[in-house]
Design a protein around this ligand. Structure first.
Ligand code: UDP
Length: 329
């Protein structure tokens, strides 16, 4: 059993994934400080048991003070920009928010004695691979600045862990969806573009239907295939990764985080129909620029490294939890 004799700093803890990580840490007995600039996050997403500080990770004086005042022993870093098309239009925003600010935060961690760091990376680092399942050692060719900005941070962490008494775990997320099963948090983003979020909005009449972006992909039914992972399983992996970093401070990890199972757009919409017992209106459209046919993880490494037992690896459960949250919004 790991002794929880330190507090965890969660950057971006008012956002979708960050707020679920805060819940998972609190549920595991950690004290948590959230640092978030609230540009995309919501204060109401931060549980009362966590200390909330409004501020930016670029402000190293602030982060250094938080580390000293709260006995921060580990950082979970979720703060960043995440919209792929925006990263193509405004790459410097992404290299600033995701790469440069991460560099500042990592430096603040190292100079103030924080030894463990968990980083939210993305499957977007791989680009188009043509593989059925993507292992971590696949060559990385991100097709947009978002993916490259995350890959650059992975590279910084790797070099810093070699040079200093510091270890890290970067988790490359596949398609994160769903919401806290107890209804404490969920995805609140306005103008969301992600399929499951869009579909549950359509179920509740917030949209007319769901557009299917392309039916001529090289997949079992021609629609794009993704590895959808429940946000609560994803954040559970972060807590286990933190325990691993503490147990074995000499080793760092870069691992995929997905179920290793692909579902097409039609599979997802079929699940929505099953869960709601209705037929969602589907509108076939052309491909969306930049979308690969299929993105599915090879998840053997995380399964070998962590005692990770996903609890919600079921598309209908993911959709049901996303829908329950959408109803609450
Ligand atoms: N997609 C779709 N209609 C939508 C949103 C997404 O057909 O309204 C498809 C998209 O082309 C991709 C899959 O659903 O094949 C997942 O897209 P999403 O935007 O959820 O995540 P991404 O994989 O792009 O990060």
């Amino acid at each position: 059993m790991v002794t929880k004799d330190f507090t965890v700093l969660v950057t971006g803890g008012a956002g979708y994934i960050g707020s679920h990580a805060v819940l998972a840490l609190l549920d595991s007995g950690y004290d948590v400080v959230v640092l978030d600039n609230l540009t995309t996050g919501f204060l109401r997403a931060v549980p009362d048991q966590a200390i909330f500080i409004e501020g930016d990770i670029e402000d190293s004086t602030l982060s250094a003070r938080l580390i000293a005042e709260h006995g921060i022993g580990a950082i979970m870093h979720f703060a960043g920009s995440i919209i792929v098309p925006e990263s193509v239009e405004n790459p410097l925003k992404y290299y600033h928010n995701n790469s440069a600010k991460s560099r500042t935060l990592i430096e603040t961690a190292v100079t103030n004695g924080v030894k463990h760091f968990i980083f939210s990376s993305t499957a977007t680092v791989y680009g188009v691979t043509g593989l059925m399942q993507i292992p971590e050692d696949t060559p990385k060719h991100p097709t947009n600045p978002y993916g490259m900005s995350k890959l650059m941070t992975e590279a910084m962490l790797t070099d810093v862990a070699t040079a200093y008494d510091f270890n890290f775990c970067a988790l490359r997320y596949f398609n994160v969806a769903g919401a806290d099963p107890k209804g404490r948090s969920g995805q609140s983003t306005q103008g969301a573009t992600h399929l499951i979020k869009v579909a549950v909005e359509a179920v509740l009449g917030k949209r007319d239907g769901v557009a299917i972006f392309g039916t001529d992909y090289d997949t079992h039914d021609g629609t794009g295939t993704r590895d959808y992972i429940h946000v609560s399983d994803l954040v559970a992996a972060h807590v286990l990764a933190l325990e691993k970093l503490v147990e074995d401070p000499e080793t760092s990890h870069i691992m995929n985080c997905g179920y290793g199972q692909g579902f097409s757009v039609n599979d997802v919409l079929d699940a929505v129909d099953r869960v709601t017992n209705k037929k969602i209106h589907r509108v076939i459209q052309g491909r969306r620029a930049g979308d690969p046919d299929s993105l599915v993880s090879d998840n053997r490494l995380i399964k070998q490294t962590l005692p990770w037992q996903p609890k919600y690896a079921d598309l209908d459960v993911i959709v049901a939890h996303a829908l329950a949250w959408e109803r609450k919004l």
